[in-house]
Design a protein around this ligand. Structure first.
Ligand code: MF3
Ligand code: CO
Length: 261
């Protein structure tokens, strides 16, 4: 069942999502060699609470934290830890959820820790661009496969692989609603997109082969070949003739300045 949202509901979703952008911008200020991913989690938790909202991930299916922090070959759902000390040259995907006024926001950005190799920067840049290629397809009358096809074509032509085991999703009263939004697919396949649908598009793109496995913690997803992975996510609303991006990287990139991807 796909829930279509009213304009008022979309504005509430925007509020949750914009708070994610602000939270990730707070993290952008401190992401540097020496910080642990658990420290990032604490900052995010407090920032979200201070803004009158709830961390959407905390307690979701028993998830123990407010953000997912996935480092290097970790693709998504990395659990923050005091043992995970970020070091020069690492990349870290920070995925964050906010629940406010009955609606979930969901957005992610992959950050560089200090100086990162050019080939890894290229992976990040391509993944972020692929997200926008997908968003361009999120129009009434297009199909879900058009989004996945745009992401897949863009990344594979750059020589990267698309992770298949995890997908984007509808977002609203629940963090994960129908439909599933794969980052691969065929043009013209899948359900027809309609005005009022709100979805999270989240390419998970890897430098090597697409195969992943789940670690023993039950959450963390890693590449099998231990090659790096990138992940960017926006929540969007399908409006008349346009995709309305509800989350924002603007504050993050203002903090990053010339270090923005
Ligand atoms: N953005 C993630 C996703 O859509 C949500 C993290 S899962 C959680 O899969 F359980 F940690 F919340
Ligand atoms: Co998501």
């Amino acid at each position: 069942m796909i829930f279509l949202k009213t304009d008022e509901e979309i504005e509430l979703l925007r509020e949750s999502n914009l708070l994610i952008g602000s939270t990730l911008a707070e993290l952008a200020k401190v992401i540097a060699p020496g910080i642990t991913t658990l420290q990032l989690d604490k900052i995010a938790y407090e920032f979200i609470k201070d803004h009158g909202a709830e961390p959407g991930f905390l307690g979701y299916d028993g998830y123990p934290n407010s953000i997912c922090t996935s480092v290097n070959e970790q693709v998504v759902h990395g659990i923050p830890s005091s043992k995970m000390v970020l070091k020069e040259g690492d990349i870290v995907s920070v995925d964050c959820g906010v629940y406010k006024n009955g609606f979930h926001g969901d957005s992610a950005y992959t950050f560089c820790v200090g100086d990162v190799k050019p080939e890894i920067l290229h992976l990040l840049k391509t993944t972020k661009e692929a997200l926008y290629k997908g968003i361009e397809q999120a129009l009434p009358g297009r199909r879900i496969g058009d989004i996945g096809n745009a992401v897949q074509t863009y990344c594979e032509s750059a020589g990267y692989s698309v992770v298949r085991e995890l997908v984007g999703h509808g977002v609203g009263h629940d963090m994960h609603e129908a439909p599933e939004v794969p980052n691969y697919g065929r043009k013209g396949n899948g359900i027809v997109l309609k005005q009022g649908m709100t979805i999270a598009i989240e390419p998970m793109i890897v430098m090597g082969k697409r195969h992943v496995y789940f670690e023993n913690d039950g959450w963390t997803v890693r590449t099998l070949d231990r090659m790096p992975a990138a992940h960017f996510e926006h929540s969007i609303a399908i409006r008349e003739g346009r995709a309305d991006i509800l989350s924002s990287f603007e504050e993050i990139e203002k903090v990053l300045g010339t270090r923005a991807i």
